[in-house]
Design a protein around this ligand. Structure first.
Ligand code: AMP
Length: 219
């Protein structure tokens, strides 16, 4: 089963993906996390991606699609977080899945007003060691700047600074939001109000997932 979680940066895709992956046994494939890990290690892929990521722009489609193709395994349950990000990536994903006899089964779109997305992004902090996510307004670490889970340093992602956060939102509106129309036409699209608490959003997502068990085959 292949589930795609769509949503503006800051809408809670990462948080919800981790919760749902644990609950339903999905492999969580988060392209943003993969790029950040490659960048931290200074790999050739990380070096290729970092200029785009730090500027809040999309990494070229070919680079992203190749990275995803190397990780998707036929027949496995995947939760895709941050991919696809535009129509060409959605088409590439469709071709990749069709090659192994599958298709996107469900697309859940987390909907959040723009001002709230900016507020959430600029107040987000992450542990530089384990990736645990905090929020200085709603969920600060117990000791300032120190991860509750591993003691690592809690920092702001470079691309969560306000100017880059605003740029990422405009990229989302121009390139990613049109995916709603694309997936509505495929009959697999669901909208979820993400302006609620993480538990409420998780419950809404779980209801959609529970009603859509099984797998769709390509036409
Ligand atoms: P995220 O953590 O999903 O907000 O992604 C952080 C950054 O990684 C984005 O702003 C892009 O620069 C890059 N990125 C992540 N996923 C993709 C994708 N599917 N296509 C292109 N760039 C991506």
């Amino acid at each position: 089963m292949i589930v795609v979680l769509l949503g503006a940066p800051g809408s809670g895709k990462g948080t919800q993906s981790k919760r749902l992956a644990g609950k339903y046994g999905f492999q969580h494939l988060a392209t943003g996390d993969l790029f950040r890990a490659e960048m931290a290690e200074g790999t050739p892929l990380g070096l290729k991606a970092q200029g785009y990521v730090n500027a809040g722009r999309l990494v070229p489609d070919g680079v992203v699609t190749e990275m995803v193709a190397a990780r998707l395994k036929p027949g496995a349950r995947f939760l895709l977080d941050g991919f696809p990000r535009n129509i060409d990536q959605a088409r590439a994903l469709g071709r990749l899945l069709a090659a192994s006899g599958s298709a996107v089964d469900l697309v859940c779109s987390l909907v959040l007003p723009k001002a709230e997305a900016v507020r959430r992004m600029t107040s987000r902090r992450v542990c530089a060691s384990c990736g645990e996510v905090y929020n200085v307004l709603s969920r600060p670490p117990k000791a300032e700047g120190v991860c509750d889970r591993c003691g690592g340093k809690v920092v702001q992602r470079a691309d969560d600074a306000e100017a880059t956060a605003v740029k990422r939102l405009s990229v989302f509106e121009d390139l990613t939001a049109p995916l709603a129309v694309y997936y509505k036409a495929e009959g697999v699209f669901h909208e979820i109000d993400a302006a609620r608490s993480p538990d409420e959003v998780e419950a809404a997502l779980s209801a959609v997932l529970s009603s859509a068990r099984g797998g769709r085959r390509p036409c």
